[in-house]
Design a protein. Structure first.
Length: 300
């Protein structure tokens, strides 16, 4: 398959420039790693940006305890392969310490509980920059972010109070206790990500490729059947050939009917679909501003 290599190489160059800016401006950055394709892309770009040295940033994974097993297996394999440092913030530990209260009921999810664990992990590590894989085409709240997105001493985000980024000049100055979220792939689209991963032959979790698994259907969204989801009366489990477009907590990450078993087939699928990749995320459907509300409190 032919890709617009000039376009994705320009995106690669921009992202690598931002990664190197982070290394030069901040004392203690960290990569937020979910095991999804966008965070995998950030790690791959960081590998290229600093090769032959090791990636100078540790990886921080906020573990809800409700992850797909495939995600954890991929995470551990990647960390071992790169010789990277992995830090895990545990939502289960936070529940045990009564720092957060677990939701109950059929729509319960631990996804929102990640915010408190993330902020505690950033504070404990004294990280002054947290690199994430968010993209502007992902969701309307994401489109309001800059490359360098300031967070106050409480980890909160004010979309109306962001710094100008003219001529590729980035202002990372901050007071004690404040930090920045940095989004090096802001200008990438989902299709760009897949085309680049294909061109670079990056290994990916098996969840992204079609496979048969037990699912339930809830409000038009297919959810992978697991012990973490309380079923509603009348909901039945059935087998379906599916794949993930995003990877997150099993309780809120919808899977898609798909027969795409190669990256090339995924690219064809993404190029023709009208549904955004987060269209299958039940956590985004809790309110019209659910993502923005979470981000203001410190979410990814």
């Amino acid at each position: 398959m032919n890709y617009n290599l000039n376009h994705i190489k320009e995106l690669e160059s921009e992202s690598i420039f931002i990664l190197r800016e982070v290394a030069s401006q901040f004392e203690n950055p960290v990569i937020m790693f979910s095991g999804g394709k966008d965070s995998i892309l950030i790690v791959h770009l960081a590998y290229k940006a600093f090769f032959p040295a090791r990636i100078p940033f540790p990886l921080l994974h906020i573990d809800t305890g409700h992850n797909f097993p495939e995600t954890l297996a991929y995470r551990d394999s990647l960390v071992e392969k790169l010789g990277a440092k992995l830090i895990v913030g545990s939502v289960q530990d936070a529940i045990n310490k009564r720092m957060v209260v677990e939701e109950k009921g059929v729509n319960a999810s631990r996804n929102g509980l990640q915010t408190a664990v993330l902020l505690e992990s950033l504070e404990n590590g004294k990280y002054d920059a947290a690199l994430g894989g968010a993209r502007r085409d992902e969701e309307k709240a994401r489109a309001k972010e800059r490359f360098f997105s300031h967070r106050d001493e409480f980890g909160q985000w004010d979309p109306k109070n962001q710094r100008p980024e003219l001529w590729n000049l980035f202002n990372g100055k901050h007071h004690m206790g404040e930090h920045f979220r940095v989004f090096p792939i802001s200008n990438w689209t989902e299709l760009d990500v897949w085309q680049y991963l294909a061109a670079e032959k990056v290994d990916l979790p098996s969840l992204y490729f079609s496979h048969e698994r037990d699912v339930i259907e809830r409000e038009g969204i297919l959810l992978a059947d697991c012990d973490y989801i309380e079923k509603k009366p009348g909901e039945r489990v059935f087998k379906e050939t599916v794949r993930c477009r995003t990877i997150g907590d099993m309780t809120c990450t919808g899977v898609w009917k798909s027969t795409a078993s190669t990256v090339e087939e995924i690219i064809e699928e993404v190029a023709t679909t009208r549904m955004t990749e987060r269209g299958g995320r039940t956590d985004d459907k809790r309110s019209e501003t659910s993502m923005e509300d979470r981000k203001k409190k410190g979410y990814f």
